[in-house]
Write a protein that binds this ligand. Structure first.
Ligand code: TEU
Ligand code: CA
Length: 554
């Protein structure tokens, strides 16, 4: 096993993590002040969403300088302190590598507006006779060609118009990217999360067919040229360092995942796929769909069995909170948050936890568009108005899908603003911070956070959970049962995705290694773990799961 397979990664969205100076924006000093908490949780790698200078059209995913730090977040000195303080605690850091596009305020793009500039070909400029060069559409519900008066041509942007796509047909662009990667690796970062990394190469600019509400993707998703780029970056940069990459890849199948991640191909180490995130909505968000536990189980099982090593996640900064979409964030909030933790850590692959997930943070309680900051949400809200959706439907869509659901500040305590800031937060704090917060959960050994801690420990000590193969046993609309098998050793995991008691199966036997309903006293945990390791005295499974209960059976 590689160290990155044996790690638990924790994603930080710095803007909303912890403010240290009262300006209402999370920052690097804030992260430093919480390193002890993270070490205590047991995570070994932090992924930082972008901390680089950015005009914030897409909050950091529009970068205007790849080798700097946004003053809102602090200075490069702060970054160096973060790296060394993390290292003291055996925590590595990976950076977000956003290289499909830059900000329109990046000096390259400003130069590029001049058709004679050597930077012109850093971006994708095309002529159009009074209309866009082709019929492609963008990810954020807006056209993906923007006309630039100065130069009389259109530039391509698959995301917001302030995020022009770089031109990877130009070898100079890749040379710049290599420099940027070396800069951070030389500083001691342990790798990269690679933003929309499978769309870099555009193989043609012909009109596209419509697929999933998007036109043109057959010419830029997972093209051969993209594989070439990744292989070159691996050979020439990454291979020189002890690091790993996780790619964010859109519209991929397990087959694609194999092409991107097979060790002998030397591209990415693992990737984030989206199919399980579509079990209650589509990637392109306004599609209505009801969550189905069966669909979730089937999709997970497919990826677990067809892909050698997955990057497992239930949340990130683009997705609604998992307890609100896959669980029951009302009556069974605690139970379902624990069930989702148990699921995440018993899957095969590297687990990724998103900030606040470990305390079961829920979707945003926003009351109007005034509360919303995200460009994607704003665009879709406007677009669906044009399309004739009722305002009620549009608002429901926002509540269910807005990326701001995940971007409310981390709830540290029951102090004003949840202890996130002493000033005014850049985005509203969820009013439920008095009930759901880090401080109270740290004190409580039966809390959601304590359960995360316990699962992280269990996974670390358990070879079957780390290395075992995955076999689906059963998937219904309320039950998911699977096995992890390593040699003669095997564990069965059974989860009840419903608010009713469920009989699993009489054939399912074994002793209960762990249940989400358990209330084990502090020092008993160790003793119990030992007993379990030796498979002595543990309750045998009754065959019935309580509402939202999940168990591991041996
Ligand atoms: O996301 C890529 C992406 O596909 C998402 O925008 C997705 O379409 C949407 O959020 C649905 O869930 C990455 C980053 O994670 C995101 O924050 C950026 O906005 C985007 O790239 C552009 O850099
Ligand atoms: Ca701040």
């Amino acid at each position: 096993m590689q160290w990155w397979q044996d790690s638990v990664v924790y994603q930080i969205y710095p803007r909303s993590f912890q403010d240290s100076n009262g300006d209402g924006i999370g920052d690097i000093q804030g992260i430093i002040s919480r390193l002890d908490d993270l070490q205590d949780l047991g995570v070994s790698v932090l992924w930082l969403s972008p901390v680089y200078p950015s005009p914030n059209a897409d909050y950091g995913y529009d970068i205007s300088n790849y080798v700097g730090i946004h003053p809102d977040f602090g200075t490069m000195d702060d970054m160096d302190v973060l790296l060394s303080e993390a290292k003291k605690r055996n925590i590595k850091i990976i950076m977000d590598l956003v290289i499909n596009h830059t900000s329109d305020e990046h000096p390259w793009f400003k130069e590029s507006k001049n058709p004679k500039s050597p930077y012109r070909d850093y971006y994708i400029w095309k002529q159009g006779k009074n209309k866009a060069p082709n019929n492609w559409t963008g990810f954020f519900g807006e056209p993906c060609w923007e006309f630039d008066r100065e130069s009389g041509e259109y530039y391509l942007h698959l995301f917001a118009k302030n995020q022009p796509d770089l031109n990877y047909q130009n070898p100079k662009v890749l040379a710049e990217v290599k420099k940027i990667m070396r800069f951070w690796l030389d500083k001691g970062v342990a790798g990269f999360r690679c933003d929309v990394i499978n769309v870099l190469h555009k193989s043609s600019f012909k009109d596209g067919k419509r697929r999933f509400f998007l036109k043109g993707m057959e010419y830029y998703i997972s093209q051969e040229g993209c594989h070439d780029i990744l292989q070159e970056l691996r050979r020439e940069v990454l291979d020189g360092y002890d690091c790993f990459t996780v790619g964010e890849t859109v519209f991929v199948s397990p087959k694609d995942a194999h092409l991107f991640c097979a060790p002998e191909r030397k591209e990415l180490n693992m990737l984030f796929s989206f199919e399980h995130m579509e079990t209650d909505q589509f990637l392109v968000k306004w599609f209505k769909r009801k969550f189905s536990a069966k669909r979730l189980a089937m999709v997970l099982a497919k990826w677990q069995t067809e892909v050698a090593w997955n990057a497992n996640y239930l949340e990130n900064h683009d997705q609604p909170r998992s307890v609100s979409r896959f669980g029951n964030d009302q009556l069974y909030w605690e139970e379902s948050a624990k069930l989702l933790a148990l699921l995440l850590f018993t899957l095969r692959g590297t687990p990724f936890v998103y900030q606040g997930q470990e305390i079961g943070m829920t979707n945003f309680d926003f009351s109007s568009m005034e509360d919303i900051r995200d460009v994607e949400s704003k665009n879709i809200y406007a677009l669906t108005k044009k399309m004739g959706f009722s305002s009620k439907a549009r608002w429901r869509m926002m509540q269910k899908t807005s990326r701001d659901n995940a971007r409310t500040p981390v709830q540290w305590s029951n102090a004003r603003q949840g202890g996130f800031t002493t000033g005014e937060s850049w985005i509203r704090v969820n009013a439920n911070y008095a009930k759901i917060n880090m401080h109270s959960q740290k004190e409580d050994e039966f809390s959601v956070r304590s359960f995360y801690k316990r699962m992280i420990k269990l996974r670390k000590q358990n070879a079957v959970l780390k290395e075992g193969s995955f076999e689906l046993v059963k998937a219904t609309n309320s039950l998911m049962v699977f096995k992890r098998v390593l040699g003669k050793d095997s564990l069965t995991i059974a989860l009840n995705f419903s608010s009713k008691k469920r009989r699993v199966d009489t054939a399912l036997q074994g002793s209960v290694l762990l249940s989400t309903y358990e209330r084990v006293q502090g020092d008993q945990v160790q003793a119990q773990a030992q007993a379990q390791a030796q498979a002595v005295k543990a309750d045998s499974f009754s065959g019935t799961l309580r509402p939202w209960e999940a168990v591991i059976l041996r």
